[in-house]
Design a protein around this ligand. Sequence first.
Ligand SMILES: C[S@@+](CC[C@H](N)C(=O)[O-])C[C@H]1O[C@@H](n2cnc3c(N)ncnc32)[C@H](O)[C@@H]1O
Length: 339
Amino acid sequence: MVLGDREVLYRLNLRARLPFRILDFIGEIPAGDRHELYTSVQTVDWEDRLPPDLTLAVRATGKSLALNHTHFTALQVKNGIVAWQEGHWGRRSAVNTEDPDVQIEVYIEGETATLWRDSSGSSLHRRGYRPAVGVAPLKESLASALLMLAQWEGQTAFCDPLCGSGTLLLEAAAIAINQAPGLYRDRFGFFTWPDFDRELWQRLRQAALQQQKSRLDIPIVGSDGDEEAIARASHNAHQSGLAHLVRFSLREIQDLVAPAPQGILMCNPPYGLRLGGDRDLGEFYRELGKVLKQQFGGWTAYILSGNKIMGTTLGLKSCQRWPVWNGTLPCQLLKYELF
Ligand SMILES: C[S@@+](CC[C@H](N)C(=O)[O-])C[C@H]1O[C@@H](n2cnc3c(N)ncnc32)[C@H](O)[C@@H]1O
């Protein structure tokens, strides 16, 4: 939990690369059973948080013996809030589960419920620049996390030879120029809160734009064997304002050439599982290993592996590995020093 004011909340939404949502803590209330939850929700002061002209949704997580169905828990909280509104204003919020003005989160643990407002709205991994996704794209937040594990700060050449929709390259370029990840989102949850300070938000956004570098002295290059993937990646690069920093080309891995004497290569090869079948995967990994050895001496490679056969068929010895979840897939990020 971070203690901070409205500015901290806006800054986190604008600048944090890893979290999915930033929640604004409302309070902890007793919730021994449904009746207690319903009445204790009405001890919260909703006046500044939820006037009745705003729409509402409640999402519940966690369970206890007495409250063991999240949908039912959410309903109790919603009923408690609208009862409070009826008592206070004689009117109540309409429910809109698709696109609410105020999204309330409730977490049940033991006999306690914790309440938050979701300040982000849709998940923050959606930067707003990527309408064009491919078959198995990485989430932007995962791509950023992998880059942080590799201690990427934009000081050396960067290459993704299996770039798909370009996520790793665009996150790498964004980190390198200090581009705030929230700059291209057109909406955050707090935009529809009653206390939304538009002027403060615009000021923080402008400051982020000014702190961004406009050029880089290192190459960031991506390639892929699929023409449509390259078209998608270029489109996304334009959407994110990063097109001038990233070079894309249509290229099979056996035709790869290192774009600089040293740098960081990072990619997530097909696992089979998500792209359909283990067809020729062994051969593909052997080819990838061969190209890395022959073309990328002096580089450090990071490969996200979701497939046990990759580690053995690549023919390279990793010097470090990190367990990573790619959605629900257990994977490993493998590091290779190439000589
Ligand atoms: C798992 S996807 C990468 C997804 C990417 N990281 C993203 O976020 O969109 C693997 C990519 O490898 C490419 N690929 C597969 N075999 C290839 C080959 N022999 N040469 C070049 N690219 C290949 C596919 O076209 C696909 O885009």
